[in-house]
Design a binder for this molecule. Structure first.
Ligand code: PCA
Length: 213
């Protein structure tokens, strides 16, 4: 049995829950094919420990694919991230009180890494299931981007494909504020479809996911 490692984050910024963990924990143990099973794990929302925790999980589980997820506050769609940048620039302190500003994720590392997931195929499949999905060109400059960068850095020379997905708030988190959200069941279904597409697509489809600005 092969492993698809799927991670979510613990809550941060005074939120009592983080939808990324609420969603992925429901997929723990899901067998998405005859020979592949999801293992879901939670990462700390801290610059000092999140990447280390993810790398330990990769060493321990030897996954065939790794997909990290996090909350993208204000996102209205399941967002397949295209690029991780070598920059930590935190607007708020992380859960250990650390707030790096204009710091490299990896000193002397490349400016950026692209996802190695077939994100266009994933977006297409999720949209076909009538769930909002999009290609995103920024994973921000907080812990999610850092984890995404460290993930791509760690697997850069390997055949294991990896990437990052940002998910919206749950409706109950943004009651009456008008901020975009998506129901838990919809997010779970969207991730199921995205994971199936990721696992079964070896060459990404060619269709635009671009933006003018
Ligand atoms: N979202 C934050 C960090 C943890 C999470 O779920 C981010 O986008 O960086």
């Amino acid at each position: 049995m092969q492993t698809l490692l799927l991670t979510g984050f613990e809550p941060f910024d005074q939120d009592p829950i983080n939808p990324s963990w609420e969603v992925v924990r429901l997929l723990d143990g899901w067998q998405l094919g005859a020979d592949v099973q999801v293992v879901a794990r939670r990462l700390p929302c801290a610059f000092a420990t999140a990447g280390e925790c993810l790398i330990q999980l990769i060493d321990q589980l030897q996954p065939a694919m790794v997909i990290a997820t996090g909350l993208g506050p204000g996102r209205s769609a399941i967002s397949m991230e295209r690029v991780a940048i070598n920059l930590n620039d935190a607007r708020i302190p992380d859960n250990l009180g650390e707030q790096p500003i204009d710091a490299a994720v990896v000193a002397d590392g490349p400016a950026a890494y692209f996802t190695t997931l077939p994100i266009k195929a994933m977006v297409k499949a999720v949209r076909e299931a009538e769930i909002a999905a999009t290609v995103s060109h920024t994973a921000g400059t907080f812990v999610c981007n850092q984890v995404f960068y460290l993930l791509q850095h760690a697997l850069a020379a390997s055949a294991v494909r990896s990437g990052f997905i940002h998910v919206p708030y749950l409706p109950e988190q943004v009651l009456a504020s008008g901020t975009a959200s998506m129901a838990l069941e919809t997010q779970v279904e969207g991730l199921r479809v995205a994971l199936l597409a990721a696992w079964h697509t070896s060459v990404d489809v060619t269709e635009t996911g671009g933006q003018v600005s």
